[in-house]
Design a protein around this ligand. Structure first.
Ligand code: FAD
Ligand code: NAD
Length: 480
């Protein structure tokens, strides 16, 4: 007999597993179908984020940051090390342990909340029916009054640099290197290129980043992008903008990458490893039977409205499989919203305040509008910026690079965007998100007391700087 559920979630990444847990909390009979399995054939939960994305990349960023500090900063603190080395196998083992722990945690949360788990590949048939094919090829069916598609995304490949999964890899392969490559090529100066490029650069690789576009971090505020680019170049990342990769070839243990520089001149660069990080595409192929009646847009995303509803009643899609930034927290919030809508509650996601964070060191983070976006929208803009070099806690910690910038409406005083590059940029921007969620004015931030000495004082001073009254800034207006 076909088992019946109130909610079936397809995919156990951050969008899907969060949706399933919230639906079960709301008293709905919920199942999650996940196709990912470990080597032993057990279901693997957490999707891209936990297994080959956010968590393993942050584990390697943290390990490599510690190594880099030991090599370059400890001496200044008076800490002497006899001999410094990096054991890549041990670093990878720690990363794998972190991943296992987090993925196992979701299984425990499913059990605690009464979410059923089915291992297999799901396909939406329509009429509230879902077909599931298990690893042995056995096909079964379940019935669900509501279906939530949360199938995520996969890395984009480009014809000039085909992967061989050894010398030329995508982000997943770049989390598994068994030694530090001498010469590392990265195609794409986006989030993955900068984060994983930084990991291996800190451990000693010579890293060349080839970016097709002429401007660096096009989605960021221009001032923040300019300062970040300067910092990354100083760290040794050889970022080459306006470079069009035309072909590549593997010769022995080397990869030759041919590209056109901004002047149109053909250049050949030789690498020991190449990471292709040129974006991700939604995983929606073969997901819907024609009779399911679901539309994909021209890039393969499931077409949804602002409440993640498809045109088919009871069929929703969330996370990387739909429009908007491909970020774990955006997908998770969509998952919660959909569970609540199914339970008959009012729910929405504030797409204007999705925080973006690049976990390099220093971090680059922002939320809300950039100065350029606000001006383009016809807002009369005022800004204030404050450098970490004038913040006591940052100087004491040797973390004085970067700045915080506030973008505000000069007519209403409302904070429209908070942007930062600095060692605690993510946490400071998150404070800005809370403020903006409460529709804070610049004056609200200026009147708020910030603990001393904290990095947060930079946010306070940036708010004061909007009206040219920052206390600790010799040059009253500008920070960088
Ligand atoms: P996914 O996490 O991709 O999960 C989808 C799941 O659905 C998978 O488990 C898949 O196996 C399953 N599935 C697919 N099709 C089927 C099917 N037919 N049947 C059953 N199961 C199916 N985001 C951040 O916010 N912060 C970060 O720091 C960050 N770092 C990242 C680092 C890297 C290297 C990468 C690659 C990504 C990173 N991201 C980060 C992005 C983040 O991982 C994604 O935005 C997030 O995982 C999307 O969640 P999701 O649930 O929509 O999809
Ligand atoms: P991205 O979109 O951030 O960057 C891709 C870069 O590659 C862009 O700058 C693009 O101009 C460039 N590019 C595209 N085609 C190219 C070509 N042929 N040659 C040279 N450059 C080319 O994509 P990504 O870095 O692959 O990351 C994928 C997704 O994963 C992103 O949407 C991101 O949101 C998410 N992610 C998030 C985090 C985080 O939140 N910290 C970390 C990693 C990944």
């Amino acid at each position: 007999m076909t088992e019946k559920f109130d909610v079936a979630v397809i995919g156990a990444g951050p969008a899907g597993y969060v949706c399933a847990i919230r639906a079960a909390q709301l008293g709905l009979k919920t199942v999650c179908v996940e196709k990912w399995q470990d080597a032993a054939g057990k279901p693997t939960l957490g999707g891209t984020c936990l297994n080959v994305g956010c968590i393993p990349s942050k584990a390697l960023l943290d390990s490599s940051h510690r190594f880099h500090q030991a090599a370059h900063q400890f001496a200044e603190h008076g800490i002497a090390l006899e001999k410094l080395g990096i054991d890549v196998a041990a670093m990878m083992k720690r990363k794998d342990k972190v991943v296992q722990k987090m993925s196992g945690g979701i299984k425990a949360l499913f059990a605690a909340n009464g979410v059923s788990l089915i291992s297999g590949v799901a396909r939406v048939l329509g009429n509230e029916r879902i077909e599931i094919t298990d690893a042995a090829g056995k096909v079964s069916e379940i019935h669900a009054s509501n279906t939530v598609v949360a199938t995520g995304s996969h890395p984009v490949e480009i014809p000039p640099v085909p992967l061989d999964d050894n010398l030329i890899v995508n982000s997943t392969g770049a989390l598994e290197f068994d030694k530090v490559p001498g010469r590392l090529g990265v195609i794409g100066a986006g989030v993955i290129g900068l984060e994983l490029g930084s990991v291996w650069a800190r451990l000693g690789s010579q890293v060349v980043v080839l970016e097709a576009l002429d401007n660096f971090l096009g989605m960021a505020d221009r001032q923040i992008a300019r300062v970040s680019e300067k910092i990354f170049r100083k760290q040794g990342l050889d970022i080459r903008l306006g470079c069009r990769v035309v072909s590549s070839g593997i010769e022995g243990q080397e990869v030759k990458v041919h590209y056109q520089d901004p002047q149109g001149k053909e250049v050949v660069e030789v690498f020991d490893k190449v990471i292709v990080a040129v974006g991700r595409a939604p995983s929606t192929a073969n997901l819907f039977a024609p009779e399911a009646g679901v539309e994909l847009d021209n890039r393969g995303f499931v077409a949804v409205d602002d409440r993640c509803r498809t045109a088919v009643p009871g069929l929703f899609a969330v996370g990387d499989a739909v429009r908007g930034p491909m970020l774990a927290h955006k997908g998770a919030e969509e998952g919660v919203m959909v569970a609540e809508l199914i339970a008959g509650k009012a729910a929405e996601v504030n797409y204007d305040l999705v925080p973006s964070i690049i976990y390099t060191h220093p971090e680059v983070a922002w939320a809300g509008q950039t100065e350029e976006q606000a001006k383009e929208a016809g807002v009369s803009v005022k800004t204030g910026a404050f450098p970490f070099s004038a913040v006591g806690r940052a100087v004491a910690a040797n973390e004085s690079e970067g700045l915080v910038k506030i973008v505000a409406d000069s007519d209403t005083d409302r904070v429209l965007g908070v942007h930062a590059v600095g060692s605690c940029a993510a946490e400071l921007v998150q404070q800005g998100v809370v403020a903006m969620e409460f529709s804070a004015s610049v004056e609200d931030l200026a009147l708020t007391m910030f603990g001393h000495p904290t990095f947060g004082e930079a946010l306070h001073e940036a708010a004061l700087a909007v009206d040219e009254r920052a206390i600790h800034m010799p040059n009253r207006k500008s920070a960088g």
